[in-house]
Write a protein that binds this ligand. Structure first.
Ligand code: GLA
Length: 393
């Protein structure tokens, strides 16, 4: 039997087939499951160039990440150069030939992403797309770009000058619609990623402006305080996400060194339950085996990419202990039992209070261990800042 998510996707795909590619360039078929890949910002900031991107693409393949589902190689801010006499955007000297770079990334079975702003300037004060939306979308399509992160930044100048908050909101919405239409008229499927930090409850209107995903918060940093504040504040957003339109609590920090293994496990587990995009943000060329294992755990990725596309939510809390649950296509549920306290905590999982009736069968995902049948409240001990991730039927 097809799930609701699968039926919806099948319907959209058949409608896309009936009409031109234009209608579906940013439709659900473009991001049927949360996008997976890598982005340059968290690790490289402005120190990203052609050679870096090629090396990350190579490592995405050789590390096994591509085969685990990571596909997008996304260049973030600081690639932009000047516009030519016709107003066509050029990459700066760090990226001598963007088309050749896209060809290289594509030859590896991967896709290439890029970054711009609806404002005159990006966050790092490089050239934005204001007044050049159609030209830029055409340029991206001609280069072979598959993903655009569109970051509000510079447009806040125009918004500040607006006579009312409503007018400011409209400027932002119109700007996102403008680039949506520009991308659609290229006919190339380009994932459209909105980045405006969750302002004006973007989850309520992100789909209407064509977003395949939208950032729900400010920038993540490689610290437990930042990651957990962002991740655990996603409660209640589940109903706004689904195939083709995802909440984005920001990119991964796994492997960047600022958190310990338990904390990175919390990061991966929570993002999977949240049906969040999994965009690695570390240097893929220097990963420890432990980092590779964290990023490529097949069972965790299967939860994130589950085809129902239903985001999970918090079902239970006891001080620092929180249980988040996500329904999965095979009728089972992913259950994250998180400990936000820095030291170990014990608790008892009462499955009857979490939507299960009668005995359950559980598997500990990170331990890759079947726990067998459980018919009574189940005592667990959770490491500080850690998680026990279960798949329960
Ligand atoms: C903003 C975004 C970040 C990154 C930088 C680049 O801060 O939220 O994710 O793209 O801009 O300048």
């Amino acid at each position: 039997m097809m799930s609701h998510g699968t039926k919806f996707l099948a319907l959209v795909l058949s409608v896309c087939g009936m009409f031109s590619a234009r209608l579906c360039a940013q439709g659900p078929a473009t991001a049927a499951t949360p996008p997976m890949g890598w982005n340059s910002w968290n690790h490289f900031r402005n120190k990203v160039d052609d050679a870096t991107i090629r090396a990350q693409a190579d490592a995405m393949v050789s590390s096994g990440m591509r085969d685990a589902g990571y596909i997008y190689v996304n260049i973030d801010d600081t690639w932009e150069g000047e516009r030519d006499a016709q107003g066509i955007i050029q990459a700066n000297s760090k990226f001598p030939d963007m088309k050749a770079l896209a060809d290289y990334v594509h030859s590896k079975g991967l896709k290439l992403g890029i970054y711009s702003s609806p404002g005159a300037k990006t966050c790092a004060k490089f050239e934005g797309s204001l007044g050049h939306e159609e030209q830029d979308a055409k340029t991206y399509a001609a280069w072979g770009i598959d993903y655009l992160k569109y970051d509000l930044c510079g447009l806040r100048e125009q918004m500040k000058a607006a006579p009312s908050p409503e007018a400011a909101h409209q400027i932002m919405v119109d700007a996102y619609i403008k680039m949506r239409d520009a991308l659609r008229s290229t006919g190339r499927p380009i994932v459209y990623s909105l980045c405006q930090y969750g302002n004006d409850a973007v989850w309520r209107w992100g789909t209407d402006v064509g977003g395949n995903l939208w950032r729900t918060t400010g920038d993540i940093s490689d610290k437990y305080a930042s990651m957990s504040q962002i991740g655990f504040s996603q409660a209640g957003l589940a109903r706004f996400a689904g195939p083709g339109h995802w909440n984005d609590p920001d990119m991964l920090e796994v492997g960047n060194g600022g958190m310990n293994t338990e904390e990175y496990r919390t990061h991966m587990s929570l993002w999977a339950i949240l049906a969040a995009p999994l965009l690695a943000g570390n240097d893929l060329t220097t990963m420890t085996p432990e980092t590779v294992a964290l990023l490529t755990n097949r069972e965790v990725i299967a939860i994130d990419q589950d085809k129902t596309g239903e985001q999970g939510d918090r079902l239970w809390a006891e001080g620092p202990i929180e249980i988040w649950v996500r329904r999965l296509a095979d009728g089972s549920k992913a259950l994250g039992v998180f400990n936000r306290h820095p030291s170990v905590m014990t608790t008892v999982i009462d499955f009857s209070k979490l939507g299960f009736s009668g005995p359950v069968r559980a598997r500990d995902v990170w331990q890759a261990k079947d726990l067998g049948g459980i018919s009574a409240p189940y005592p667990v001990s959770i490491p500080g800042h850690g998680v026990i991730l279960l798949r329960v039927k």
